[in-house]
Design a protein around this ligand. Structure first.
Ligand code: SAH
Length: 249
């Protein structure tokens, strides 16, 4: 069944009113007709199975058949603080990170971040990011939309974001593995883990030292140098895997 995150205001009593883009998608892309069923999610922990009653060009309407808790969220909350990358690669990180189970993304500006991000991230870019994350969350059956924070400098991110464990992936790290770093965490506590991944050119040694001084643990992802987007998805997946968050429920 196709899934859609919708504003909670579209749900009124037993009826769901679906606006413009969803109606267009239902009618012209999926070619669904009255009688078909979809699932809508309110991003507040609930999903609703809905039978469509009318599917017009600009609006659609359905009736709620069942309301149930939305599953699909991992018991470990991973924040991926990813240095801004060339456009397509950053978007790839958002899409794959969402599929894997990242709860929150923080776009980072670091010493070696390439200039395209100067002056902040445009509104158009932010809308595009939000759409990529929403579509990936619908496709991968997430129960909640990952949050995309405003972009931050590395030091602002280190100062303002809290986690039970903060990791910084560093290709020069020779001693600490990701596995050893996460081992002390217990999944029962629903831990929050933050992972910093550098830009194409990597973090500077000073940046890594700065992160360590604020409690971050530098970890290796193995002897190979991964591209940033590979490192991001691998690290998110490994944190969830090592903590048992990918075991079947
Ligand atoms: N330009 C650097 C590599 C940067 S890779 C060089 O050529 O040496 C981009 C980012 O991916 C890094 O900042 C780091 O966060 C992560 N990364 C890539 N490979 C890694 C590895 N083997 N261990 C830990 N982190 C890695």
């Amino acid at each position: 069944m196709h899934r859609f995150f919708i504003p909670p205001g579209w749900i009124r009593g037993e009826t769901v009113w679906l606006g413009d883009d969803v109606a267009h998608q239902l009618r012209h892309v999926l070619r669904l007709r009255p009688g078909a069923r979809i699932v809508v999610l309110d991003d507040r922990g609930w999903e609703y199975e809905v039978e469509l009653l009318a599917v017009e060009h600009k609006a659609a309407r359905g009736t709620i058949c069942e309301r149930r808790p939305a599953g699909g969220e991992p018991p470990v909350r991973v924040t991926l603080a990813q240095a801004l990358l060339k456009k397509d690669n950053f978007e790839w990180v958002l899409q794959k990170g969402t599929e894997i189970g990242v709860t929150r993304f923080v776009p980072l500006i670091t010493a070696r971040t390439v200039a395209t991000s100067e002056g902040g991230v445009s509104a158009t870019r932010q809308e595009r990011w939000a759409r990529i994350v929403r579509e990936a969350a619908e496709q991968s059956r997430r129960g909640a939309l990952p949050l995309i924070e405003a972009s931050l400098s590395l030091s602002a991110a280190l100062d303002s974001l809290a986690a039970d464990l903060t990791l910084i992936a560093w290709e020069e790290e020779r001693a600490m593995s990701l596995r050893a770093a996460v081992a002390p965490l217990r999944i029962a506590a629903a831990p929050q883990v933050m992972v910093f991944i550098g830009p194409e050119g990597g973090f500077t040694a000073e940046e890594v030292a700065q992160a360590q001084a604020r409690g971050a643990v530098a970890v290796s992802l193995g002897a190979r140098i991964l591209r940033a987007e590979t490192a991001a998805t691998a690290a998110a997946l490994l944190v969830l895997y090592e903590l048992g968050a990918l075991d079947p429920a």
